[in-house]
Write a protein that binds this ligand. Structure first.
Ligand code: IVH
Length: 669
């Protein structure tokens, strides 16, 4: 056989294994699905044509991850968890129909169920006598990871079914788009790498060893497959969907039973146009033969059943030109290369910039300035450069040279061992200062209105903002402020009022505003409740910090180091002198802490300011009691966004005071 074929097959296997490793182990997609499938198809074609190349370890024979690096217990699936073969055009769907008809002999009437293909990670749940006993990821298809403890934290997964059945049901864990946006917003603020898409976020979350994190992230789960359906007395797939919904499983409720290929095509087109309105990601449609009686005859390959196929929607990828690379320096100094692009429209918006993540990525993708690149916009996230079209090179392209000094201040750059990010080490770097001040005044922190990027930039430039505490001196520069573009007397007045008013912020907010690495809103809340005031927090050693629930080694070390830094101590001193609040309001002796004594509370819906545990802690701190359901015993129901049945029940009972989150905040402030 031609050596070139052997070496191409080897190359394909290596590439696919590498992509699998990133996808399944690191939760990162470093190649588009389309490209991945193309490589896999090429490999399968070679292996089909030259049987001597067949190898049971080839990635074409393995579904999913290699499980080499799993931290969870491995469990053998009772029935393998297969994948679906992907198609990208209607012609392939027609071929699928022809194949099915041929195997079943053409006289048979075949119905198809068309469903959404959810883009998350698959899960298999086992129930005994209607009680949830085990949850497994797909793993390599034969062996999955036991993630039972984590899936128990997902509210849409029923712990008990309506009927005492022994059953195995499969579905997809997803992160709703609304939750994904919130999560990434927080990650960006904390200078953590944002998740590339909801699927990665869901997968990364489910593989957390700390199930408390899973609880906070509000994953969701939809079910689409009943294992051994016929044993449960159903004859059709669409009936099994109804049956599992009756048992208490969440299904998308969206499916069509199609009696002809024309009908299938028409519905596929419909969903391609309407999927944008859903709160979860779909990457295509799944077409399944409806009659379960045909499944045995249709059978399966090692990877996928022959009774179903996936039709993938075209990726939202477009090509454009990489004009230049600029740099963003984050609050903690992370230098991120950004692609400056020839403006191009991707799913309805014009994209001018895209993330290049870091220099390892640039090297791996071999990106050069002047290259024709493909960019992809998955969900509502920052567009990314997916790949380069090397064939389109003219020879004029330029290497992207890794900066040796900070591109903003010229300071030293460092790359920590094992990390990909370059960091500017100059504590006085104006870009870092700018980001720190923006963070300090942001809504979740000191909530200072009207101090926009331009003002901060200008005042750093003229040396009037040297650290965040200088914000409280801005009233001395009324004239300079009024002279800025778009600033009048009134807006300066409002800004100064807002700055003054921020001194009264709760201790947890001030703590958050300091920008201690790894201390986000949730941890700032925890630390404020535990320490009561900043002097006490500053006294704590790493050991003591570690005794606090929710504080791990990384956070303890970070907090401790933050308060050892002379510049930080001086800044806190200055903030104190300006009168910024650094203690819990309900300090002992005021009687305030018992404000809610004898009162009962329950929060429902999505809260903006607190996590579920956070609000419970506040209620307890003020002497209140948390209830878990709506009953006559309940005094206050705090309602967030999309409050559902609990709100309805509370309204029906009538004697319960309904509070918005803002009203609750007013009660405690
Ligand atoms: S049926 C034997 N239905 O897509 C296949 N899978 O690429 C049984 N998926 O592993 C699964 N939406 O994780 C099925 N409506 C749907 C689906 C779906 C998403 C996922 C699932 C599967 C993968 C295959």
């Amino acid at each position: 056989m031609d050596d070139r074929i052997i070496s191409r097959v080897r190359e394909l296997r290596e590439k696919i294994e590498r992509y699998n490793y990133f996808y399944y182990v690191k939760n990162e997609s470093i190649v588009s699905d389309y490209e991945y499938d193309k490589l896999l198809k090429e490999l399968e074609d070679y292996e089909g044509e030259y049987p001597e190349l067949k190898d049971e370890n080839s990635p074409s024979q393995i579904v999913g991850s290699s499980l080499k690096e799993t931290k969870f217990t491995k469990v053998v699936h009772k029935k393998p968890m297969l994948s679906l073969s992907n198609t990208y055009n209607i012609k392939d769907v027609e071929d699928f129909n022809t194949r099915v008809k041929k195997i079943l002999s053409s006289e048979q009437n075949i119905d198809y169920v068309l469903e959404l293909k959810l883009d998350g990670l698959s899960i298999s749940l086992h129930y005994e006598k209607g009680v949830l006993v085990q949850g497994l990821t797909r793993g390599d298809g034969s062996i999955g990871e036991d993630v039972t403890e984590n899936i128990m934290q997902i509210s849409s997964i029923p712990r008990f079914l309506k009927d005492e059945v022994d059953i195995e049901v499969r579905g997809e864990i997803v992160l709703p788009l609304s939750e994904f946006e919130k999560l990434n917003e927080v990650r960006v603020k904390n200078e953590e790498e944002p998740f590339a898409n909801p699927r990665n976020a869901a997968s990364g979350t489910l593989r957390q060893l700390d199930s408390e994190i899973v609880k906070q992230r509000n994953l969701d789960c939809y079910f689409y497959y009943l294992v051994d359906s016929e044993q449960h007395g159903v004859a059709k797939h669409n009936e099994s969907l109804k049956y599992i919904a009756e048992l208490g499983f969440k299904t998308t409720g969206i499916y069509d039973v199609c009696k002809s290929i024309d009908e299938l095509e028409e519905r596929i087109q419909y969903w391609e146009e309407h999927r944008e309105n859903l709160d979860y990601e779909t990457d295509g449609m799944v077409i399944k033969v409806d009659q379960l009686g045909f499944y045995d005859k249709l059978g399966a390959t090692t990877k996928s059943p022959r009774w179903a196929i996936a039709y993938k929607f075209p990726a939202k990828q477009v090509s454009t030109r990489l004009l230049d690379v600029s740099y963003q320096v984050g609050r903690m100094g992370t230098v991120t290369p950004v692609a400056e692009l020839e403006p191009v429209e991707v799913s309805g918006s014009v994209v001018r910039r895209a993330s290049l993540h870091n220099f390892d990525e640039i090297k791996r993708k071999e990106i050069k300035i002047g290259d024709k690149v493909f960019i992809e916009k998955a969900a509502e996230i920052i567009p990314q450069v997916v790949r380069v079209v090397k064939e389109a090179r003219s020879g004029e392209e330029r290497e992207i040279v890794e900066p040796e000094k900070c591109p903003v201040c010229g300071g030293e750059l460092e790359r920590k061992l094992g990390e990909v990010a370059l960091k500017c080490m100059n504590d006085r770097c104006p870009a870092k200062l700018q980001r720190r001040i923006e963070y300090f005044v942001s809504r979740d922190a000191m909530n200072i209105d009207g101090l926009g990027t331009k003002i901060v930039e200008r005042f750093i430039e003229i040396g009037k903002l040297k650290d965040v505490s200088d914000v409280y001196d801005l009233h001395l520069y009324r004239e300079e402020l009024e002279n800025l573009e778009k600033m009048g007397k009134k807006s300066v007045e409002n800004l100064i009022l807002s700055i003054e008013e921020s001194k009264k912020r709760e201790y947890s907010k001030t703590l958050y505003a300091l920008g201690i690495p790894f201390v986000g809103k949730y941890l700032a809340n925890v630390l404020s409740v535990e320490s009561k005031n900043i002097d006490r927090l500053m006294e704590m050693g790493e050991e003591e910090l570690l005794t606090i629930d929710g504080v791990g080694k990384k956070v303890a070390h970070s907090v401790y180091q933050f308060f050892k830094n002379e510049d930080n101590l001086a800044m806190i001193d200055r903030l104190k002198n300006y009168g910024v609040n650094f203690q819990e309001k309900s300090s002992e002796g005021t009687g305030e802490e018992l404000k809610f004594k004898g009162k009962t509370f329950l929060a429902t819906g999505k809260l903006k300011h607190y996590t579920r545990n956070g609000i419970k802690e506040v209620i307890e701190k003020f002497g209140g009691e948390n209830l878990s359901g709506v009953s006559k015993k309940l005094d206050y129901l705090i309602v967030g966004e999309k409050a559902g049945s609990k709100l309805k029940k509370a309204q029906e009972l009538g004697n319960i005071t309904i509070l918005s989150e803002e009203e609750f905040l007013n009660m405690i402030s």
